[in-house]
Design a protein around this ligand. Sequence first.
Ligand code: FE
Length: 238
Amino acid sequence: MTTTTRRELLTGALGAAAAAPQLADADEHHGHDHDHDHPHQSVPSDPALRAKALESVLVGRGLIDRAALDALVDAYENQIGPRNGARVVARAWVDPAYRQRLLDNGTAAIAELGYRGGEGDHMVVVENTPRVHNLVVCTLCSCYPWPVLGLPPVWYKSAPYRARAVIDPRGLLEELGLSLAADVEVRVWDSTAEIRYLVLPERPSGTAHLDEAALAALVTRDAMVGVARASPVTGASA
Ligand code: FE
């Protein structure tokens, strides 16, 4: 990857879209009959086609290298994922000083564990307590803390999640299987291109005997977005 910034990529994407009007023809790319009821995108067209067009333009101009791009995609799709965030959470659960650093300066504390980089340059960690539950969304698009959680899941990017997280967070959580008592305050954090949030879930009860690695195994991606709790300890295996 070159030093191309996100903004430059977006600018390039807009340019590529403008230069390739045929990609805006939804029916053209869709390629089958329309006797079904799923929504069709109008303009711009299929994101995959736009990404391909953008990639072609950037490669053609020598701005990016295809192999480097593949390596980057592979890194975020297969190598970097929620396990990073889980290690951060588990460390905070066992180390009060680390927890405080994490809440004071998320970016720096997360970097202590070696997790840093694009889409996570300005991290804010918000802590769940018995009285406060935090929920993360990107109402505008899909901003997400890549270095600690990997790539965002499809539901996180969906319009219903983005809308309901702010309109009716409590109802949304209820539907997702997370019931909160009426006296628990729900705080919704709207991610931006600059600031990404990570939820520090509550440490499940009955985990005093677990070491850091075992604790990390209880921390799910959903818990760090705030749509679930950390997993309870099950059976005797833990
Ligand atoms: Fe976004």
